[in-house]
Ligand binder design. Structure first.
Ligand code: ZN
Length: 279
C-alpha cells in the first residue's frame, strides 16, 4: 500500500496582510469557509491564528479565538490546531496569556515553539520554563503539542527539556519550519539534517516559507514527512502568481502527492497517524 501524506492548511497566520494578497481570509467566517474548501481539497488539519476582525491585526483575545474555532468546527470535521506563538513577538503576551485559548477551547492540537530565536527583527521568546509549562498543561488537558522547530538546536531542546524529564510520552509531532529569517535556511541538506536528528517514530511535517512551501515540502513527503501549506507561510501558487485561495495550494499539494505515487491521508488516517492525545 502506498504511503499516506497528511496535508495541514495554515490559512491566515499572523503576518500576511490584504496588501500582500487580497484573498487572505481574516474573519472567522472567511477562515471557516477557506478551511472547508481546503478540507474538501484534501487538508485534514487546520492551524489557526486569530485576528481582530476589523483591523486584521493578530490578537489573542479568547472570544475571537472561540469564534474561529466554533466557525471551523461547524464548517467541517477537520483536526484543529491553534497557535501559542502568534502574539509572542508583536503583542508581548505572557506565556499564560498565549496558552489561555488552548486551555479554554480544547483544540485537538496546539503549537509548542521549541526555543527562543530572532524572528526577523523581533525576539520570539520561548524559554525552557515556557516549553515545560505548555507540555505539562497540554498533556493534562489532552491537547497534542506540535513542536515547532526552527533550527537544529531546537530538536535538542525538545529532547532535553521535554522527553528526558518525562513531561510527555513520545512519539511527538514535529514541524520543521524552514526559511524564517533567524531560523534554519530552507535547503534540502538542512531538511535531511533535521530529519536525521529525530527518532524514526516521530511524525513530522515540512513548513517551507515562501517559495519553498511546495518544493521543499514535496521533498519532505518523499522522505517520509507530511506537508503544511497555506497563506500563513506562502501567498503564491507559482512564481509571480498569487493564490486565489488556500484550497488552491492544498489542491496543488494533493495533486503532486498523487503524481508521486503516494496518497493523501483522509481524516481517519490522520487521526490514526498523529500522536493525538484525545483519539
Ligand atoms: Zn502559526
Amino acid at each position: 500500500m502506498s504511503r499516506k501524506v497528511i496535508i495541514t492548511v495554515a490559512p491566515t497566520g499572523s503576518i500576511p496582510t490584504w496588501a500582500d494578497n487580497p484573498n487572505l481570509p481574516v474573519t472567522p467566517e472567511e477562515v471557516a469557509a477557506e478551511t472547508k474548501r481546503s478540507f474538501e481539497a484534501g487538508a485534514t488539519v487546520v492551524h489557526l491564528h486569530a485576528r481582530d476582525p476589523n483591523s486584521g491585526s493578530p490578537t489573542s483575545d479568547l472570544e475571537v479565538f472561540r469564534a474561529y474555532l466554533d466557525a471551523v468546527r461547524d464548517a467541517c470535521p477537520i483536526v484543529t490546531q491553534i497557535t501559542t506563538g502568534g502574539g509572542a513577538t508583536t503583542l508581548g503576551l505572557s506565556p499564560e496569556d498565549r496558552l489561555r485559548p488552548v486551555v479554554e477551547l480544547r483544540p485537538d492540537s496546539a503549537s509548542l515553539n521549541a526555543g527562543s530565536m530572532n524572528f526577523g527583527r523581533r525576539l520570539f521568546p520561548n524559554l525552557p520554563e515556557v516549553m515545560e509549562l505548555y507540555a505539562t498543561r497540554m498533556k493534562e488537558i489532552g491537547v497534542m503539542p506540535e513542536f515547532e522547530v526552527y533550527d537544529l538546536s531546537m530538536v535538542q531542546n525538545v529532547e532535553h527539556w521535554i522527553r528526558r524529564p518525562g513531561l510527555l510520552d513520545p512519539p511527538y509531532q514535529i514541524s520543521f519550519v524552514m526559511g524564517v529569517m533567524g531560523g534554519i535556511p530552507a535547503t534540502i541538506k538542512n531538511l535531511v539534517a533535521l530529519h536525521e536528528s529525530i527518532p524514526p517514530e516521530y511524525t513530522w511535517q515540512t513548513v517551507g516559507i515562501g517559495r519553498h512551501q511546495l518544493t521543499l515540502g514535496m521533498v519532505g513527503t518523499l522522505m517520509g514527512g507530511n506537508i503544511r501549506v497555506g497563506f500563513e507561510d506562502n501567498l503564491y501558487l507559482s512564481r509571480g502568481v498569487l493564490a486565489q485561495s488556500n484550497a488552491e495550494l492544498v489542491d496543488k499539494a494533493a495533486r503532486l502527492i498523487r503524481e508521486f505515487g503516494m496518497e493523501v491521508a483522509g481524516l481517519d488516517d490522520t487521526r490514526e497517524m498523529l500522536p493525538l492525545l484525545n483519539k
